[in-house]
Design a protein around this ligand. Structure first.
Ligand code: HEM
Ligand code: HEM
Length: 165
């Protein structure tokens, strides 16, 4: 069954590439800034696409997440056609961190903050949080791929998953 449309897939891998680039080339130079702003634009495009195309819901639910964690701990987490309830919190964390990085990166260059290290410190902390979140995201995707015996990264390339249930 169709799990991810072409736009979602294209934006996902574009975002991943831009983030990895900026985490490696972190000199704050012209390319770093351009790539960082591009990443923020990709997130905004993704949210705009959600409004247009109405894909899988992006609304996290505490009740669903609780039920899902219970089943996860019992060793039988249900598969889902789109994001799983726990993964959805991570999706928002990743997007919000990217937007805050663009904001803090922009702010760090403003004249009002000239000579003030605090904005750059916040930017560096956000970048470290994003790196941790990405590692956790990839780890979770790998673990769930094994548990569900389904290659989730491949599904994010082809767009196709086995139907749930
Ligand atoms: C900087 C790196 C990355 C970022 C910021 C990122 C971010 C995201 C986001 C925001 C989503 C939600 C997709 C949407 O609805 O638009 C997602 C889903 C997904 N990502 Fe990543 N991602 C990154 C790297 C990776 C890598 C390296 C892999 C492969 C190992 C991967 C595999 C996936 C998969 C399989 C999903 C769908 C999850 C599911 O099936 O429930 N991501 N990612
Ligand atoms: C997703 C986007 C971004 C990521 C992951 C990211 C990551 C990083 C990292 C890891 C550093 C090094 C921090 C340190 O240890 O000192 C850095 C520095 C910097 N970034 Fe970004 N960044 C992003 C976006 C931006 C944007 C949009 C701007 C726009 C102006 C920007 C401007 C800067 C500047 C000026 C520095 C140098 C600060 C210094 O001199 O210490 N960044 N960034």
């Amino acid at each position: 069954m169709k799990a991810w449309d072409a736009v979602v897939r294209l934006l996902h891998w574009t975002l991943a590439a831009l983030i990895v680039f900026d985490l490696i080339y972190d000199d704050g130079g012209y390319t770093h800034r351009l790539v960082g702003y591009a990443a923020a634009v990709v997130v905004l495009l993704r949210l705009g696409w959600q409004a247009l195309a109405r894909g899988h819901s992006l609304r996290p639910s505490i009740a669903e997440t609780r039920a899902y964690i219970r089943l996860l701990l019992a060793g039988k987490p249900p598969r889902s056609a789109g994001h799983d309830p726990l993964g959805l919190w991570m999706v928002w964390l990743l997007w919000i961190l990217v937007l805050l990085l663009a904001l803090s990166g922009w702010m760090s260059r403003l004249d009002v903050f000239w000579g003030d290290e605090r904005v750059e410190e916040v930017h560096a902390i956000l970048a470290n949080l994003l790196m941790l979140a990405v590692l956790l995201h990839v780890l979770a995707v790998s673990v769930m791929s094994v548990i569900w015996k389904e290659n989730l990264p491949a599904a994010m390339v082809t767009g196709v998953k086995r139907p749930p249930g």
